[in-house]
Design a protein around this ligand. Structure first.
Ligand code: NDP
Length: 246
């Protein structure tokens, strides 16, 4: 199924979960994918699988908190494939705790990856999109930003900040050059909550993921749907959650 033709798509946070599933889905639909994350062993294995299945993939170590890394990711797409059609700003971290715990390091980590990382992507790709006369920003935000719950204030805040950012960018770019899409997943079975520090919270979140979560391939298909629309059609927001999620 080649519904994406010759599109070139760079994906941050492509080493696991939603990013990896998106890379597989888009490559299977004909896109050339440029994979960024910090764990390059994972990226290499993913790229090898894509190439084995007849797809096109490039790999680059890219920590989204470093602007130069994200610029290099975009540059790799242009150098290797001649253009960049879509940047999927997907890299993210989640830490949960009541605000009163004052986990300032965790707040900063989420701001740096979830918000600053997306801004670095916009800074890197927007000039390329403008030069080409076409480009598409897709970001992975969250239902946490739509239905705020205790312990997720800063995580939800970063996701809502990105949602706001993309909407403003959309309104500033109505000349048809740019498309923006915010994907809001609910519970998705990935490694996201495996990184929670508190063992109790980690176990609870892992249990919720295991019993309720949908597979990352479902989110990947939603991303593919947004990308494969004709150039004059913009899918602005997609919310995708388990049917049993409250
Ligand atoms: P994973 O933990 O499986 O994936 C997170 C990805 O982000 C990894 O590839 C990781 O790669 C990457 N990442 C983390 N920090 C950095 C960094 N500094 N620079 C570059 N990459 C980084 O979780 P998910 O697949 O679930 O998460 C993907 C996105 O989806 C996130 O933005 C998350 O907030 C969002 N989301 C997830 C939901 C869920 O229920 N799973 C629900 C709603 C939104 P590496 O460590 O190799 O750098």
């Amino acid at each position: 199924m080649s519904t994406l033709g010759s599109k070139v798509v760079a994906i941050t946070g492509a080493s696991s979960g939603i990013g990896a599933a998106t890379a597989l889905e888009l490559a299977a639909r004909g896109a050339a994918v440029v994979l960024g994350a910090r764990r390059t062993d994972r990226l290499d294995a993913l790229a090898a699988r894509i190439r084995d299945e007849g797809g096109r993939a490039e790999v680059l170590a890219a920590d989204v908190t470093r602007r130069a890394d994200v610029e290099a990711l975009v540059a790799r797409a242009v150098d290797r494939f001649g253009r960049l059609d879509v940047l999927v700003g997907n890299a993210g971290v989640a830490r949960t705790a009541p605000v009163a715990d004052l986990d300032v390091d965790d707040w900063n980590a989420m701001i740096d990856v979830n918000l600053r990382g997306v801004l670095h992507g916009i800074a890197a790709a927007l000039p390329v999109f403008r030069r080409q006369g076409r480009g598409h920003f897709v970001t992975t935000v969250s239902t946490s930003g739509l239905k705020v719950v205790p312990t997720q204030a800063v995580y939800a805040g970063t996701k809502n900040a990105v949602r706001t950012l993309l909407e403003a960018l959309r309104q500033e770019s109505t000349d048809g050059v740019l498309r923006t899409t915010s994907i809001s997943p609910g519970f998705v079975r990935t490694e996201l909550v495996d990184h929670l520090d508190d063992p109790g919270q980690r176990a609870q979140a892992q249990e919720a993921m295991a019993t309720l979560g949908i597979g990352p391939d479902a989110v990947a298909r939603a991303i593919a749907f947004a990308i494969e629309q004709p150039d004059d059609v913009e899918i602005g927001d997609i919310t995708i959650r388990p049917a049993r999620q409250g």
